[in-house]
Design a protein around this ligand. Structure first.
Ligand SMILES: Cc1cc2nc3c(=O)[nH]c(=O)nc-3n(C[C@H](O)[C@H](O)[C@H](O)COP(=O)(O)OP(=O)(O)OC[C@H]3O[C@@H](n4cnc5c(N)ncnc54)[C@H](O)[C@@H]3O)c2cc1C
Length: 300
């Protein structure tokens, strides 16, 4: 680790940090530190950082917007990579769109809608980045990113550049089956020509539905559990009496049963215990085993 630290420090200068606090980089505002932390700003830097970590057998984790993560109180061992503004540009060519993985998903939705391109309006209000959205196959209101992606460009765990087609990725509900350790640099989309006013009307309608349903008052990471086939996790959690249930400073929202909120200073361990309690109670009450949508990362 020390040799890698020296290499990253000389290569990345101030873009390299040690013991970086991660809580402020997550929407939950929870989590310990990353041993090593680098912000990369182009594909060459991305490949260089991954190659260096691979050669030193140090694990790599890519942090996007941190909006679907529960980072352990003990933090993340190894190297945490994040993508900087150099990987946050959008290029529109007819109905073909190329977006850097660090682009904020909501910014992409707004840019393409302004340009009269349809297919991404469902993403209004989904926080995080294009890269994170791809990995999570982010979706809402009947749409999902998998339906409009054509190609994904990135770097493999050994540091090699690779392009994957939509079919190679194998998307399923809230999941993209990417090769292990693959870090996305850029995503290409094929959209449809649409009427800009109609697209904005849809976006405003979605914005209003989200504002009515979601707890915007406390830090959270969106839906905690995936919806099981033919059912809604929120409904099952409510049936099992979880709404409002609290452990320490973590609680199921009284507004949306599938959201856990950080009431102030919650610890990752409290959120995890609450998730386990909920999973057990729902299984007991309904016979359905809920699967987490939020990713638990780091050392537990
Ligand atoms: C209020 C709120 C509402 C939400 N609503 C929705 C919703 O309606 N629908 C929905 O699907 N989700 C929703 N989410 C969850 C979350 O916003 C999405 O899953 C989002 O796409 C995650 O993106 P991110 O950049 O924050 O990824 P992160 O949380 O940072 O990471 C998620 C995963 O992606 C990986 N990753 C991130 N970037 C890269 C990259 N460049 N290369 C490789 N791997 C990468 C991470 O390693 C991790 O495994 C919501 C969250 C919140 C807080």
């Amino acid at each position: 680790m020390n040799a890698l630290e020296a290499e990253l420090s000389s290569q990345f200068g101030p873009a390299f940090e040690r013991d970086r606090v991660l809580a402020c980089l997550t929407s939950f505002k929870i989590g310990g530190t990353a041993d090593l932390f680098v912000t990369v700003n182009d594909e060459n830097q991305l490949a260089a950082a991954i190659t260096a970590a691979y050669e030193h057998s140090v694990p790599v984790f890519c942090l996007g917007g941190g909006t679907n993560l529960l980072v352990s109180d003990r933090g993340i061992r190894g190297l945490v990579l994040t993508l900087g503004p150099g990987l946050a540009s959008i290029a529109i060519n007819g109905s073909h769109v190329s977006a850097g993985a660090a682009v904020r998903f909501h910014e992409l939705v707004e840019r393409v809608s302004e340009s009269g391109l349809a297919g991404l309006e469902f993403g209004e209000g989904i926080p995080g980045t294009v890269g994170g959205g791809l990995v999570m196959n982010a979706g809402a209101f009947g749409g999902e990113i998998a339906r409009v992606v054509t190609h994904v460009h990135g770097v493999t765990e050994t540091g090699a550049r690779r392009t994957l087609t939509n079919q190679e990725i194998g998307f399923t509900y809230r999941r993209a089956a990417l090769p292990r350790g693959f870090v996305i640099a850029r995503v290409e989309f094929a959209l449809q020509p649409g009427d800009s006013d109609a697209l904005w009307a849809r976006i405003h309608a979605i914005r209003a539905r989200r504002a009515a349903r979601q707890p915007g008052d406390y830090p959270n990471a969106g839906s905690v559990f995936k919806n099981p086939p033919g059912n809604f996790a929120g409904r099952l959690l409510e049936t099992a009496g979880l709404k409002g249930m609290r452990i320490g400073s973590a609680a199921f929202s009284s507004r949306h049963a599938n959201f856990i909120v950080n009431l102030g200073g919650a610890r990752a361990e409290e959120v995890r215990r609450l998730m386990e309690l909920a999973r057990d109670k729902v299984l007991q009450a309904t016979g359905v085993l809920l699967e987490p949508e939020v990713k638990l990362v780091g050392e537990w």
